[in-house]
Design a protein around this ligand. Structure first.
Ligand SMILES: Nc1ncnc2c1ncn2[C@@H]1O[C@H](COP(=O)(O)OP(=O)(O)O)[C@@H](O)[C@H]1O
Ligand SMILES: [Mg+2]
Length: 238
């Protein structure tokens, strides 16, 4: 079994008096494929934001490769190998597709030509043909691919894909799935947050379920999906 890559212990986050996340523990091994599911508003994106540093958690401790992340800004965490995509793609609107990918390549200061490396990332997501387009010229699935290329450009140890398939057709979902499988096969651990059950069960080796800001299940997908509490959460009987 490979070593622990990400360890979150007791992570909690409040917005004013509202507790969005409470005492969440999560471990992820290097190269693992984890599915994170839960009803809308259960705290999935809040958890990602606490891991990525976009939000400061109120409680808990997070380590990546044994290094404490607490207090580090998102760009510092990115340099340590943590990349995330946003539920709503956030490209630089005035930059071309290629330039959008050159930014994280330059940030990660990888050796060689930044343009060549950015093109390589675009090829990985089958977007090389769109290199000179502006984000506003892209379709929904192309925007998702660009978002993934920008994450891949960081050469991450861990990628967190927050609803990277929302709003896509079945065929497009399969394309993004294939892309994430390829990335994982090259060694990147992936946390997939997804409502499309067929995608998440095809992808995940392990499933974690959040309900109302708490982790209620963590284990083999088949066993987790058979739990009464999980079924109740999805049928709104919580
Ligand atoms: N920036 C914020 N300010 C206030 N409340 C927030 C903020 N972000 C999320 N929340 C609240 O926290 C809860 C969890 O949200 P979120 O993590 O986005 O859920 P999920 O991603 O599982 O749908 C929701 O009730 C949401 O309204
Ligand atoms: Mg969300």
């Amino acid at each position: 079994m490979s070593e622990v890559l990400l360890r979150a212990e007791g992570v909690g986050k409040r917005f004013g008096g509202f507790t969005a996340l409470q005492a969440v523990d999560l471990e992820l091994r290097a190269g693992e494929r984890l599915g994170l599911i839960g009803p809308n508003g259960s705290g999935k994106s809040t958890f990602v934001n606490c891991i990525s540093g976009d939000f400061a958690a109120h409680d808990g401790r997070v380590t990546l490769g044994g290094q404490a992340l607490n207090g580090l800004k998102p760009h510092r965490r990115a340099r340590l190998g943590l990349a995330r995509t946003f539920q709503l793609p956030q490209p630089f609107a005035s930059l071309s597709v290629l330039e959008n990918v050159r930014v994280p390549v330059l940030f990660a200061s990888q050796p060689g030509s930044a343009t060549a490396r950015a093109m390589q990332c675009l090829e990985q997501v089958e977007m090389a043909g769109k290199a000179d387009c502006l984000p506003k010229e892209l379709t929904q699935v192309e925007l998702r691919r660009l978002e993934l290329a920008r994450a891949i450009a960081l050469d991450p140890k861990l990628l967190i894909a927050d609803e990277a398939m929302a709003g896509l057709s079945n065929a497009e979902v399969d394309q993004i799935l294939a892309l994430l499988f390829r990335l994982n096969a090259a060694g990147t651990a992936i946390i997939m947050i997804e409502h499309i059950m067929r995608a998440v069960t095809a992808f995940a080796e392990r499933l974690v379920v959040f309900v109302a800001g708490r982790k209620i299940a963590d284990g083999a997908p088949r066993e987790v999906l058979a739990l009464r509490e999980v079924e109740d959460a999805y049928l709104g009987r919580q």
